[in-house]
Design a protein around this ligand. Structure first.
Ligand code: LRH
Ligand code: MN
Ligand code: MN
Length: 387
């Protein structure tokens, strides 16, 4: 691919920001408060708009309900537009209520299942108001002890709830089913892996696809294999990008293992699936507990861009030729040459061509935005996690 073609692909790239990454959030053990964090969904959108203004590739913001609960979602969508961003995926939350101790949609108690499913349906109402395409579902449901509940009945209950929500989706709406190996359930999780998510999505129909959260696997899992497999069968809907060293660490994407991020993006480019028209949502799902949040999100966006640029630079003809000839070292070299290219000058050029500062983090630091929000938001409660 020529440099111009690489730049053109990068110009069209879109990365979605999670509203909750702007608020005080972090580990189970301590959330360190930071000055200037948003006190409302509107302030989260304002912060996200700053990230988009500086990077040019983050035009949408995912909401989490009820963390981002407002009375008028159409008004919130209009506010986002004024700020220069749009509302993206609606994330449901059936994991923070006392009623969900034994599960939400898989709970043995039909009253709790009804409550959980009603929340998911309410999220679709919100999508109608915001114009969001995607409903993202993650269930903390599972069990801690062998025998605690019937594993197979829980799958039946899950399928029933998913079907009810699926049937409520409009023509242009989709369901993204996220999986996670464990936590908070420690013995069985009801959607523990991509295979379970894929099987439910297949049963539901074309509007249901899998969301891969990069932090939700066993150590050493080959995530790019999952990406390749799901792309081949048209069932990859989205990513929740983040980094992990141990479990669901929610650190900045590309921080722990930039090579893995490159390998994932390489499968995306191999399938020609980067363009927003291809329908894959590239979202971040991160918490910034000890680092300043807005610069951490800018850094994350830049890390995804860098991995993407490297993947675009892979000499596909040379790679394919080496693969066909069984040239193991040649094929590996074709990938590694691209990975080892310093793409930062190319991205800096691209930003300059787009009228952006070539260094978005330096531009943020010069902007005075942090000093402004630290001053303006000095009093008042943060919105979101733990609020
Ligand atoms: C669960 C998860 C899921 C939630 C988010 C806050 O670990 O990845 O996507 O919605 O964290
Ligand atoms: Mn996630
Ligand atoms: Mn997670």
């Amino acid at each position: 691919m020529t440099t111009e073609a690489v730049k053109n692909a990068l110009r069209r790239q879109e990365i979605e920001l999670p509203s909750w990454a702007f608020g005080n959030s972090g580990t189970r053990f301590k959330v360190f408060p930071q000055p200037g964090v948003p006190r409302s969904p509107e302030e989260k959108l304002a912060d996200a708009a700053v990230v988009h203004k500086l990077t040019g590739v983050a035009p949408s913001v995912a909401l989490h309900i009820p963390w981002d609960k407002v009375d008028d979602y159409a008004k919130l969508a209009a506010y986002a537009k004024e700020q220069g961003v749009r509302l993206g995926a609606i994330n449901s939350n059936v994991f923070q209520d006392n009623d969900y101790m034994l599960g939400s949609v898989t709970n043995p108690d039909p009253r709790v299942r009804r409550k959980a499913t009603d929340h998911l349906l309410e999220c679709v109402d919100i999508m109608d108001a915001t114009g969001s395409r995607d409903l993202k579902l993650w269930f903390s449901d599972g069990t801690n002890y062998p025998g605690q509940d019937d594993i197979r009945d829980r799958q039946d209950r899950l399928a029933e709830a998913l079907k009810e929500v699926y049937d409520r989706l409009g023509d242009d709406q989709r369901m993204l089913l996220e999986y996670k190996l464990f936590e908070p359930a420690f013995y069985t999780t009801d959607v523990p892996d991509w295979g379970t998510s894929y099987a439910h999505c297949l049963e539901l129909g074309p509007k249901a696809t899998v969301c891969i959260d990069t932090g939700h696997h066993a150590p050493g899992t080959n995530i790019e294999f999952i990406v390749a497999f799901l792309l081949r069968v048209g069932k990859l809907g989205a990513f929740d990008f983040n980094s992990r060293f141990y479990a669901d660490d929610d650190l900045m994407v590309g921080a722990a293992d930039p090579f893995q991020l490159f390998r994932i993006m390489n499968e995306i480019i191999r399938a020609d699936a980067l363009d927003p028209d291809r329908g894959i949502a590239f979202m971040l799902d991160q918490c910034h507990n000890i680092e300043p949040k807005i610069p951490a999100i800018i850094r994350s966006v830049m890390n995804v861009q860098e991995a993407t640029a490297k993947a675009l630079l892979v000499d596909r003809d040379a790679l394919r030729e080496a693969q066909q000839e069984g040239d193991v070292l040649g094929a590996n070299a074709a990938l590694m040459d691209a990975y080892n290219t310093d793409v930062r000058p190319l991205l800096a050029d691209l930003r300059s061509e787009q009228g952006l500062d070539p260094n978005p983090i330096a531009a943020y630091q010069r902007s005075g935005y942090f000093e402004q929000i630290a001053h303006d938001r000095a009093d008042g409660q943060q919105a979101g996690w733990g609020a």
